[in-house]
Structures are given as structure tokens and as C-alpha cells.
Design a protein. Structure first.
Length: 327
């Protein structure tokens, strides 16, 4: 099969290769998916560069997310799934081979049925972004009628958070940094879009919430935004942080101010989220897809042969939206 891989960590244009590799076979509890689309995430970049860990396997086929069609199963009783359209999550977590290949073998539960009217592009845009956004939004209960602030509302996780929050019946504010980002956040359904560089974000939030503040904050950079978050947060509200710029980043917390707010500071690393919570998220994501309310912004789509260019574009921050690899 045709696949992308790397045998050592380093810059994309130096370590990523595309070649013919053996086609994998599914074992018990597994299914094989003929890939149509692979989704690229920042965690894939971090794995390739050695952000927080060395190579766990001698050779890695990258990428956790993707979408395709099941073409083989490891258990005979799963034969009815052959031909099923699916989206995939955590394909490469704890395993050597991910979705940047013509075929991938994953645990059967990690291949989730994809509605027939939902494209493979949308399917490959779920996985890490949708599961992370769901955990940030729903870990502390239902958000119907609640107020949500998404910091970085045009990012991939940020857009997923806006889409899921609106589907769930929340009022949503989103922060952005330029006109292009503002357009993406509005298209996702944000009720209020604020320029983090030029607007009085806390003042606008307090005005629009009649000084009640927001109940949930989905936070892409808690280290930079904590003071602003506390200024926008309702009493007893939750700040969910899901990203770090560096593996060594630390956070200073104003304890008294946080105590007065009675706030919860939640950290979300999707790979360590309990499986029960992921199953709940998958149910909600499936319902959101079925309603037609999930339409992520795709910023770049390239052929597998250009995978290094896709990695470089995401790393450089030159793409706004999901980066996809067509297999």
C-alpha cells in the first residue's frame, strides 16, 4: 500500500517519506479501513518533532484522524461492517500506524459510523478536534441555555466548540485576531465575535451577559489569557484548557481571585479522557452530524505525496482551518 512514514523525528521535509509498505491485516477486535481522507492535527506535528517524547516505534505512519470505508474485519461476527463508511479517532495512539496510508487497522470501536450524507472531508475533521471540544464543553454538564466563550474561535478545536455549543443550545462568544478568523467564527454560528487585539473583550462579554459572565470558557492559551478569562467568567464557571505552546509551560494562578470566583480550571488532554466520556461525545457528535449542524472549515487539502508541505503549513500557522490529506 502507499503510505507516508518517518523513521526518525525531525523537520517534515527531512524525515517524511512516501513509499509502498506492506498492507496491514486486522486481528481480533480490529477492523481495516480503506482510507479516503486523513486529518492532520498539532499532536501529529508534536509526535514527529519529539515535542514531549522520543520515537515510540522504529517506524511511524502518522495521523490520528481520518475517514474511509471498512474493507476487512478481524472478527467474523463483524463481517456486517464491511463496506461501512466510518470516521476514525486515535488511530496512531499507542500504535505505529496511523491514517496517512491507503489502509489502516484500528480497534473496531475507533471506527465510528459516518452518516451517508456526510463527506469524508467532514469525517476526517472530527476525531481530536470534535472530541476535545466536546470534553471542554460538556465535562461539567449540559450547556443548553448556558453562555460559552471560545478563545481562538476560528481554530480547528475552536470552530468545533462553536459548532457543538450552538447545536447544544448555548449562547456563544468567540475571540479572533483578524477579519478572516472573524468570518470563520461567524460562519460556525458564534453569536458574538470579538477581536482579541482591538476590542474590550471583558467589557463586551459583561455587557452582553448583563454582567453575569460566561459559564464555560474553551481556552487555547490559558497561560496568556487567564486574567481575561477570570474577568469574563461567571461565578462557579469552568475554564477548560486544551493546548500548550511548549512542553515545559507553567501557569501561575491568582488563588484568591480564583477562589472568589469559585471557578473550575479543567485541563483536557484527549488521549487521557475516560472512554466513557468519549462514547458520550461520539453519541453527541453523531447527533450533531445527523442534524446537519456540523460544518468545519477546511483550510488546506493536498495529496499524500505532499504531506510534508501540509505539515509545514500547519506548523508555520499559514493555514486557517482543518488540514486534510487526500489518500
Amino acid at each position: 500500500m502507499r503510505a507516508a512514514y518517518y523513521d526518525r523525528q525531525g523537520p517534515a521535509d527531512e524525515v517524511l517519506c512516501v513509499a509502498e509498505l506492506p498492507t496491514p491485516q486486522p486481528g481480533p477486535g480490529e477492523v481495516r479501513v480503506r482510507m479516503h481522507m486523513s486529518g492532520l492535527n498539532p499532536t501529529d506535528l508534536k509526535a514527529r518533532t519529539g515535542f514531549s517524547a522520543p520515537m515510540p516505534f522504529p517506524r511511524i505512519i502518522p495521523h490520528q484522524d481520518g475517514a474511509g470505508v471498512i474493507d476487512a474485519v478481524g472478527d467474523p461476527e463483524e463481517a456486517g461492517r464491511i463496506g461501512q463508511r466510518v470516521w476514525i479517532y486515535e488511530a496512531q495512539y499507542g500504535r505505529a500506524s496511523g491514517t496517512a496510508a491507503a489502509f489502516v487497522v484500528v480497534p473496531a470501536g475507533h471506527a465510528v459510523p459516518l452518516p451517508g450524507d456526510v463527506s469524508f472531508e467532514v469525517g476526517a475533521s472530527l476525531g481530536i478536534p470534535a472530541l476535545t471540544a466536546h470534553r471542554c464543553l460538556f465535562a461539567d454538564g449540559d450547556i443548553n441555555g448556558r453562555r460559552v466563550l471560545v478563545q481562538g474561535g476560528a481554530g480547528v478545536v475552536g470552530t468545533a466548540a462553536v459548532l457543538l455549543a450552538k447545536w447544544a443550545g448555548a449562547w456563544v462568544a468567540a475571540t479572533v485576531m483578524n477579519a478572516e478568523q472573524a468570518s470563520i467564527a461567524r460562519a460556525a454560528g458564534a453569536d458574538l465575535v470579538l477581536d482579541r487585539l482591538n476590542d474590550d473583550v471583558a467589557g463586551a462579554i459583561n455587557t452582553h451577559t448583563r454582567r453575569a459572565g460566561v459559564d464555560r470558557i474553551v481556552e487555547v492559551n490559558v497561560r496568556a489569557n487567564l486574567d481575561l478569562d477570570l474577568a469574563c467568567l461567571a461565578s462557579g464557571g469552568v475554564i477548560s484548557a486544551y493546548a500548550a505552546a511548549q512542553a515545559t509551560d507553567e501557569l501561575s494562578l491568582p488563588l484568591l481571585r480564583a477562589m472568589v470566583h469559585g471557578c473550575v480550571l479543567r485541563f483536557v488532554y484527549i488521549y487521557s479522557v475516560p472512554q466513557e466520556a468519549k462514547i458520550h461525545a461520539i453519541r453527541d457528535i453523531t447527533a450533531c452530524l445527523a442534524s446537519g449542524a456540523y460544518s468545519p472549515h477546511v483550510g488546506l487539502k493536498v495529496d499524500l505525496q505532499k504531506i510534508a508541505e501540509a505539515h509545514q503549513a500547519l506548523e508555520a500557522g499559514t493555514v486557517m482551518g482543518k488540514v486534510l490529506i487526500a489518500i
